[in-house]
Design a protein around this ligand. Structure first.
Ligand SMILES: Cc1cc2nc3c(=O)[nH]c(=O)nc-3n(C[C@H](O)[C@H](O)[C@H](O)COP(=O)(O)O)c2cc1C
Length: 180
């Protein structure tokens, strides 16, 4: 089963990238979790470019999302929303239609006590309108600077939360694949 992971932060010391790195290590042997390389390579969405000269990086992103059984996203919260880089990637995916029916699990890590809950709610609404099957109760990781060390999650409760969310994503993704 193939799961594609998207990180909403470009920061080298990103908490959300650390969460995804840890998720890779928590996968069952039969799951293949691949983190999408640097979404900052995508140009800003432009409907003219989409119509007349789709960039190769966008076509490759669409192909990877289309080939995935499920999507795992970890987003930072910026000014109570998700990041521009992640919103931009999603805008490129609207026209491709690859997210229709696709199971998506959401995570957010923030130094704040809210754990990025507003960014997650915002993302959930966007992905739902894109036809994705957004899992209920994504994982919010509050005070994440205390739970990440050397680019990995070290907090046991958070690791358990990631494992639980991955399990649910795998279950829904497998069911979708079996029904296809
Ligand atoms: C411009 C800016 C706006 C931010 N706004 C919020 C916010 O609304 N809510 C929040 O919880 N954290 C906010 N933060 C803090 C981020 O959650 C924090 O920088 C986090 O570490 C970013 O994610 P990353 O570590 O994956 O890069 C903001 C940070 C910046 C730089």
């Amino acid at each position: 089963m193939k799961i594609l992971a998207l990180c909403g932060s470009l920061r080298s010391g990103s908490l959300n990238a650390s969460v995804l790195r840890s998720a890779v290590g928590l996968c069952e042997p039969s799951w293949k979790l691949t983190v999408e390389p640097d979404p900052g390579r995508l140009p800003f969405f432009n409907a003219d470019v989409e119509q007349y000269a789709l960039p190769q990086v966008v076509a490759e992103l669409r192909a990877r999302v289309g080939a995935a059984d499920g999507l795992l996203i970890s987003t930072p919260e910026y000014a109570h929303g998700t990041s521009g880089v992640l919103k931009n990637a999603l805008e490129w995916l609207v026209g491709g239609g690859e997210t229709a029916g696709l199971p998506v699990a959401l995570m957010s890590a923030s130094p704040a006590v809210t754990g990025g809950d507003r960014a997650q709610a915002w993302l959930s609404e966007t992905l739902t309108v894109m036809g994705a099957d957004v899992l209920e109760d994504g994982l919010k990781i509050p005070q994440a600077t205390r739970k990440v060390r050397d680019g990995r999650v070290v907090d046991e409760a958070t690791l358990a939360g990631i494992r639980e969310l991955l399990g649910r994503l795998a279950e829904v993704s497998e069911a979708r694949r079996a029904a296809a």
